[in-house]
Write a protein that binds this ligand. Structure first.
Ligand code: ADP
Length: 452
């Protein structure tokens, strides 16, 4: 059994993992940069180790510092959270070589899904439908032109090593293909040190719908329904909900079963998310995330399954203790990502939180490392809190969300709370009639009309 977990992360997700450890009677070790010495994840851990200066590459991304911290503290497992080293196959491999359990899938699965071209090929072979596109890397302008003709404009050029929406460019016509190809390659090279790109049909009005799975070492795989993450800005998720307002029970069951069977055939183990674009009743695979997702709490709210606990149990070699037939989808859940940003220009706004009050009550969960007097450092991702609300119906959930956002106090810095307040009052959002472009179009319309 696992007795001590080092959490190779910071902020709300480090706290989230620590809570699961505490419930399971497992000790936790926090790691932190010098900028995070006063962070809540350091305060709540059983032990903590400073692993370097503020810059993430010298601390949260430093494999040697993290492995040393694990060895000094005698941690027998490492949970990577999301971001940072969570999808770094070399890191997962090194953890194993040090005799430490990596709480996540095998390095081979992380590597496979990290290469989006290889991932698409692998999932196609196990029956998952993909966005029509090039059959592998696109090397030259001529190839790009040829594929674009075959796929049909508009096309999307994407980085094989992609992540966070970088290295992604749309070409709407033959005139745009050269520049899009060039920019995507340059951006991919700069962001990932790998300029390989591939092409896909650009879907015009899809929703982003992803399926959560859990798989153990014995080949048991279950799915926990979907999350609709269509509310995005610059390909980044802003708000997520489960169930999706666009799916019915039959569609959910069908795609869930397809994904479970495929994940089983791949021999995957741990928590994972298979992401799709959904348009006109059809699903198209875009990628698989081999880690815990930011938005996992909406799935926890509607299924009652603690995903982090299951990840730890599976890593310790235990079989899943729930079967597919045990899973009941109960009510509706929505998560708002709250960022330290201007709510309308999205300019980052780190600094001192003078006053902090989190909402509460039935069906309200706040995952955050904030407290009054905490200084949000400028060095990391701007997400500072997640508000997750659950209700018996989508209407009840929205009602509760309105109340919770009104009650939320984060004084001293700008946050995206006002944006969420506005969005959930919008009639299109209330009707569930939104796709992946809706939010950007909405923001642009306001700007064109002269702003607020
Ligand atoms: P990343 O790994 O960079 O996040 P993804 O493949 O997961 O890249 O795509 C991120 C987002 O980009 C999707 O949620 C969607 O909004 C958009 N996107 C990706 N592929 C397509 C496509 N073929 N057509 C239209 N939009 C797409």
């Amino acid at each position: 059994m696992i007795e001590k977990v080092l959490i190779a992360n910071r902020g709300e997700i480090a706290l989230r993992i620590m809570r699961a450890c505490r419930e399971m009677g497992i000790k936790s070790v926090a790691v932190h940069s010098t900028a995070d010495a006063n962070a809540m994840h350091v305060r709540l851990a059983d032990e903590s180790v400073c692993i370097g200066p503020p810059a993430a590459r010298d601390s949260y991304l430093s494999t040697s510092a993290i492995l040393s911290a694990a060895s000094i503290t005698g941690a027998d497992a490492i949970h990577p959270g999301y971001g940072f080293l969570s999808e770094n196959a070399d890191f997962a491999e090194m953890v194993g070589e040090h005799g430490i359990t990596f709480i996540g899938p095998t390095p081979a699965h992380i590597r496979l899904m990290g290469d989006k071209i290889a991932a698409k090929q692998a999932v196609l072979e196990v029956g998952i439908p993909c966005v029509p596109g090039s059959d592998g890397e696109v090397h030259t302008f001529e190839d790009a032109e040829r594929w674009a003709k075959e796929i049909g404009y508009p096309v999307l050029i994407k980085a094989a090593a992609g992540g966070g929406g970088r290295g992604m460019k749309v070409a709407r016509s033959e005139e745009e293909i050269h520049e899009a190809f060039d920019t995507a390659r340059t951006e991919a090279e700069a962001s990932f040190g790998n300029g390989a790109v591939y092409m896909e049909r650009y879907l015009d009005r899809p929703r982003h719908i992803e399926i959560q799975v859990l798989a153990d070492n014995e080949g048991n795989v279950i799915h926990l329904g979907e999350r609709d993450c269509s509310l995005q800005r610059r390909h980044q998720k802003v708000l997520e909900e489960s169930p999706s307002p666009a799916l019915n029970a039959e569609e959910r069951e069908k795609i869930g079963e397809t994904v479970s069977n495929a994940v089983c055939k791949l021999g995957y183990c741990s928590a994972g998310t298979v992401e799709f674009l959904y348009e006109d009743g059809e699903f198209f695979f875009i990628e698989m995330n081999t880690r815990l997702q930011v938005e996992h709490p909406v799935t926890e709210a509607v299924t009652g399954v603690d995903l982090v606990r299951e990840m730890i149990r599976i890593a310790a070699g235990a079989p899943l203790d729930v079967k597919q037939s045990d899973i009941r989808f109960n009510g509706h859940s929505i998560e708002c990502r709250i960022n330290a940003e201007d709510p309308f220009t999205f300019a980052p706004c780190p600094g001192m939180v003078k006053e902090y009050h989190a909402p509460g009550g039935l069906g309200v969960r706040v995952d955050s490392g904030l407290y009054s007097g905490y200084k949000v450092p400028p060095h990391y991702d701007s997400m500072i809190a997640k508000l997750i609300v659950h209700g018996r119906t989508r209407e009840e959930c929205l009602m509760r969300l309105r109340g919770s956002l009104t009650e939320f106090v984060i004084d001293g810095i700008k946050t995206t709370v006002p944006l969420h307040q506005e969005l959930i009052m919008n009639s299109e959002f209330i009707n569930g009639a939104y796709d992946i472009h809706w939010l950007e179009e909405y923001l642009k319309k306001i700007e064109d009309e002269g702003g607020r």
